[in-house]
Design a protein around this ligand. Structure first.
Ligand code: SME
Length: 159
């Protein structure tokens, strides 16, 4: 049996399920938690998957939303701090293949080797982000970036 993980097979499948899930009548928090669950379950190197949202009152801070994985102490992150804070500030996707080489990095867990953070945009502004930690070094390719930007786009459209 061939058990090799295929991004080109699995990513479109998750994309289709995410579209279905996000258009369902479930409360948004349940949809996002189910999405985190699907991503951690179906992609072997996505070990922690969560959402951060821009705080309604304090617009330059992120607040942790639904997530699946180990609890994190980073429940609030100011813009500019860590990978999450920089992705929120710039509105750009950050791919860090080796977190040990990052100086502006907020560590959650010593098992984490790499991270990707994708902003969620609504009406032209960053409203949140999708954050993924991996226990594998250099696991992310352009396929992950494209796929996760698509997922973040779907979430932004559903908010
Ligand atoms: N590592 C992130 C903090 C959030 S955790 O990964 C859940 C950062 O540097 O912003």
């Amino acid at each position: 049996m061939n058990c090799t993980f295929s991004k080109s097979q699995v990513f479109p499948l998750i994309g289709a399920r995410a579209e279905e899930l996000l258009s369902s009548p479930l409360p948004m928090s349940e949809k996002l938690e189910a999405l985190c669950d699907m991503l951690t379950t179906m992609v072997p190197y996505y070990d922690w998957v969560g959402f951060y949202f821009v705080d309604h009152d304090c617009k330059n801070e992120l607040v942790l939303g639904p997530f699946v994985g180990e609890p994190t102490e980073h429940v609030r992150i100011p813009f500019g701090r860590g990978i999450c804070g920089r992705a929120a500030e710039t509105g750009r996707t950050f791919v860090v293949q080796d977190v040990s080489k990052e100086t502006n990095y907020l560590s959650c867990n010593i098992s984490v080797k790499s991270e990707i953070v994708v902003p969620i945009i609504k009406d032209g502004a960053v409203v949140g982000e999708l954050d993924i930690d991996s226990h594998t070094s250099e696991p992310f390719s352009e396929d992950d970036t494209n796929f996760l930007e698509k997922i973040a786009g779907l979430v932004g459209g559903a908010l």
